[in-house]
Design a protein around this ligand. Structure first.
Ligand SMILES: [Zn+2]
Length: 507
């Protein structure tokens, strides 16, 4: 088991009007060790919450906890159908609240999609859609524009004390993420224990006073490199091995797991051929699955420690998923398929959000900001501009809310991709072949059958929707959208019936 390397990490906490730097020397207890005599409180009677009859704040506003996990596939949660038991705590949370079955992220990598969560705007509208991490740190990432009013800024304006802790270097305070936070801690790439330690320091202050609290925790653990988390990895191996993998000596798989757990995304992708072997792929998936199980355990610990009031709004989601050869790739960012774009979205709040309810209408993480702001007493549509989000609270209250198209974009090198989900259909457009694909994402959730050749009219309709969304409030400097200018390609699209000569293609 990797020894967390944050014991001496410096946590820079930015306070209003000044900067405080905290030095952390202690690490909390390892949650993988048994706790004799202590029964977890989450597994019976919804006892996560303090048994208070009403909210504890005189203001009447609920506390709000936003939990986002990096690189978390929806289909690894029991609440979304997985049967391996990787998320017992999150499943118990889901049972206490409402599960949105179809929530779509705005991009398949951190930088644009987390910016969407905190701005309520799509990537072409907030413009934070570039950036790379090297040993020297993050470079080329534009900071969140100061003139945008971010989620914590809105909540502070509504009277909230705002606290944030994130463990992905792309979300550093100097990249604009500290805006609106009374305290914001980002210490680069860290594990879940760091979040727990930080929140533990805040807990006594959070429990006091009339001011409602907004707490954001962003976890990084399921992202590569996939640290071998024990005992979860060994448990998962023993339950999932079949065929040749079962026959292989245990030490051989353990050695391979050690090797794989050190490899970063690029190294894995350079060696992608080996993962066409299902046994090798299973090893990688089990390393990832154990990271998910580990994250679930730390979230349980941290939330239990906080002893939240029952009227607290908890929102759980992810920035994007992860691919395990679903579409011939590993990692994320290189496609807009469902294993990357559909994210968990779970909301919990006693007295407001029905327990055990499931909502099948599609929503998007661009809706997150307006949803939280509405519960905090703000406007239902928090940003101007037709393409940005709106509160989805009416859906958990059983009210009608017209479905909106969900836009996603990603860029890697010269490859630009855009997609739009409308009803059961998703259209993907690229500037490389295949230029256009159409999927039924309800009946073909793994996106195996391209319906574009059979449904040219639907393709044209969705291309028009996509173009319309991409034209709304485009920010200067945002990554360009797919434009086809090559005459031969245009001719090909025309022949396929996707272009009407009178209204052209692209924008
Ligand atoms: Zn991410």
């Amino acid at each position: 088991m990797k020894v967390p390397h944050w014991q001496l990490a410096l946590g820079a906490a930015l306070f209003t009007g000044g900067v405080a730097v905290g030095l952390r020397l202690q690490r909390p207890a390892d949650p993988t060790q048994a706790e004799p005599g202590v029964r977890p409180r989450y597994d019976r009677d919804g006892a996560l919450f303090q048994p208070l009859a009403q909210g504890r704040r005189a203001s009447g506003k609920p506390d709000i906890v936003l939990i986002s996990v990096d690189t978390l596939r929806t289909d690894v949660l029991g609440a979304y159908g997985d049967t391996r038991g990787l998320t017992p705590f999150l499943d118990s949370l889901a049972a206490q609240g409402t599960v949105f079955e179809r929530a779509y992220a705005s991009s398949s990598w951190t930088v644009p999609t987390v910016a969407t969560m905190v701005t309520g705007l799509y990537a072409h509208q907030h413009g934070v859609d570039r950036g790379a991490f090297q040993s020297s740190g993050v470079h080329s990432q534009p900071p969140l524009p100061e003139e945008l009013v971010l989620l914590p800024e809105r909540l502070r304006g509504l009277g909230y004390r705002t606290l944030g802790v994130t463990t992905n270097a792309h979300l550093a305070g100097e990249l604009g993420y500290q805006q609106g936070f009374d305290s914001y801690v980002n210490a680069g790439f860290e594990d879940a224990a760091f979040i727990d330690a930080t929140v533990r320091d805040w807990a006594p202050m959070m429990a006091k006073g009339d001011q409602p609290v907004f707490l954001w925790m962003h976890y990084f653990d399921p992202h590569d490199p996939y640290t071998r988390r024990e005992p979860y990895f060994t448990e998962l191996e023993s339950r999932t091995l079949t065929g040749t993998a079962m026959a292989a000596p245990r030490e051989q798989r353990t050695e391979k797991a050690k090797e794989l757990s050190k490899m970063l995304g690029k190294a894995l992708k350079d060696d992608i051929g080996r993962f066409e072997d299902p046994d090798e792929l299973l090893l990688l998936q089990n390393l990832y699955g154990a990271e998910v199980r580990y994250t679930d355990e730390w979230i349980r610990r941290t939330l239990n420690m906080l002893e939240l009031s029952p009227d607290t709004l908890i929102v759980f989601t992810a920035d994007h998923g992860e691919e395990f050869m679903d579409h011939a790739g590993l990692g994320h960012r290189r496609s807009l398929h469902n294993e990357l774009m559909q994210v968990p979205f779970i909301v919990v709040r006693a007295g407001d959000i029905p327990a055990g309810q499931r909502v099948s209408q599609p929503i998007a993480t661009v809706d997150l900001l307006s949803t939280i702001v509405e519960v905090a007493g703000g406007d239902r549509v928090a940003q101007s501009g037709g393409a940005s989000g709106r509160s989805v609270a009416p859906l958990w209250r059983g009210e009608a809310l017209p479905a909106l198209p969900a836009l996603s974009t990603t860029q890697k090198g010269g490859l630009l991709q855009e997609s739009v989900v409308v009803g059961d259909h998703k259209l993907i457009r690229r500037n490389e072949a295949p230029l256009v694909q159409l999927f039924d994402v309800v009946n073909d959730i793994h996106e195996r059958t391209d319906l574009a050749p059979a449904q040219p009219e639907r393709v044209k309709e969705l291309l028009a929707t996509l173009d319309g969304l991409l034209k709304e409030n485009r920010r200067e400097g945002a990554t360009g959208s797919v434009e086809v200018t090559d005459p031969a390609t245009l001719e090909q699209l025309r022949a396929m019936g996707y272009i009407d000569d009178d209204d052209g293609y692209g924008h």
